[in-house]
Design a protein around this ligand. Structure first.
Ligand code: LLP
Length: 379
């Protein structure tokens, strides 16, 4: 993008590379189609209309986690029959909406939730399709804040609760069990973790089969990670290896369908946060590049100590220096990264914080009454 064009926009702003997004989506779709796998886009990662429309046009379904996400997905044109609805704390209104719209499945996270969905469906004269979210007790080997599949987590139903479930299900005439659901965490790049998930799912299926239950759908959630450290070297996640692991290690029963809920791997690489350097401040032993973006625009580094590649734009200085790249908010965690090697910066220079298309703009806030960053799309 030309410097002239960048200058026309108020910084900070999100810049989405739609060409990269389309390429990523078409590779993911092709690799999934190869095995007839169904991919639901985890829209919590980025719910901008333009991005959702592209994802819709490529034939993905939706993984939603709130009533408002369901409404937005329907507005964009996704069919209710392609929408899964997850979340540990679904409210009565949200459950009612999901039942009335007839979403593909409620991913049910606890026995009390199962009871409520059953009661509400009966009251509404409907039968709600449900998948049991089972906690597979697998360590995703990722940051503890984004791991979800171990017993010490609020997510999912534990294996030892299954006997109670098997007893309750035949009595619950308002729900129909259509699947088993699993999700172990996010930003997972070690394929062995997914292999372990497959082996665990196989064991859990055996428990269900021993109880004469063969579900139509297995949903293994999302979690495929991306290369945050080298975004230009590896701009697209390794979908081929990812789906191949499931093909190789997960035993599907005849006619069983395999579903995925991918968020980050589909949309993270296409997003950049463009910001302008406000001040270069010299400390005793280091220097700070204070930029006009902050943790209100991109929370990930402050919340998870996450790494984002940072590069300077249009700066041809041959001399590089080290900077702590920080935002203006008076919180000590408002730091994007420490000791970043960048060409010598000055006030007014532009920088790009990379791979922020997922869990970037959606997690922004108005803290300090700061304006929210806008977005632009380029091919
Ligand atoms: N399915 C379920 C049930 C989930 O909880 C999640 C993400 C996904 C699918 C999509 O996972 P993905 O493919 O994007 O890894 N804000 C954090 C990530 C939170 C992920 C929450 N669950 C971050 O910025 O790293």
């Amino acid at each position: 993008m030309e410097l002239q064009t960048i200058k026309q926009h108020l910084t900070p702003f999100y810049l989405y590379d739609t060409e990269l997004l389309k390429k990523t989506l078409s590779i993911a779709k092709k690799e999934a189609d190869h095995y007839k796998y169904i991919v639901h886009y985890a829209m919590k990662a980025n719910s901008n209309d333009r991005i959702m429309e592209l994802i819709h046009s490529m034939g993905f379904g939706i993984d939603s986690v709130s009533g408002n996400e369901i409404k937005r997905a329907l507005q964009i044109g996704f069919k209710a029959s392609d929408i899964t609805f997850a979340g540990v704390g679904k409210t009565d209104d949200e459950i009612k909406l999901g039942i009335e719209k007839e979403v593909f499945s409620f991913n049910v996270e606890s026995i009390p939730e199962l009871e409520i969905i059953n009661t509400m469906a009966i009251r509404l004269g409907k039968i709600a399709s449900i998948a049991l979210r089972i906690n597979p007790n697998i360590d995703a080997n990722t940051h503890s804040y984004i791991t979800t599949g171990t017993e010490e987590n609020k997510f999912g139903i534990n294996i030892w609760e299954m006997d109670e479930i098997f007893e309750l299900l035949p009595k619950f005439i308002g729900v129909k069990l259509i699947g088993l659901h699993f999700h172990i965490g996010s930003q997972i790049t070690d394929m062995n973790v997914f292999k372990n998930l497959c082996l665990r799912v196989n064991q859990i299926q055996e428990i269900f089969i021993a109880n004469q239950i063969i579900v139509e759908n297995i949903n293994v959630g999302g979690g495929l990670g991306i290369n945050y450290h080298e975004p230009d070297l590896e701009p697209i996640a390794d979908f081929k290896s990812y789906f191949a692991v499931f093909k190789r290690f997960l035993d599907l029963r005849p006619n069983q369908k395999l579903h995925f809920e991918l968020g980050r791997s589909l949309v993270a690489p296409c997003g950049n946060l463009i910001s302008k350097v406000l001040y270069i401040k010299k400390g005793a032993a280091k220097q700070f590049a204070i930029i006009d973006a902050s943790m209100t625009d991109l929370l990930r580094p402050a919340l998870y100590q996450s790494f984002h590649y940072i590069n300077a734009l249009y700066n041809v200085s041959a001399k590089t220096e080290k900077y702590d790249v920080v935002g203006p908010v008076c919180e000590s965690t408002d730091i994007f990264r420490k000791a970043v090697d960048l060409p010598k910066l000055q006030r007014g220079d532009y920088i790009a914080i990379r791979s922020v298309g997922a869990y970037g703009q959606v997690m922004s806030s108005n803290y300090n009454l700061r304006d929210k960053a806008g977005e632009i799309y380029v091919d």
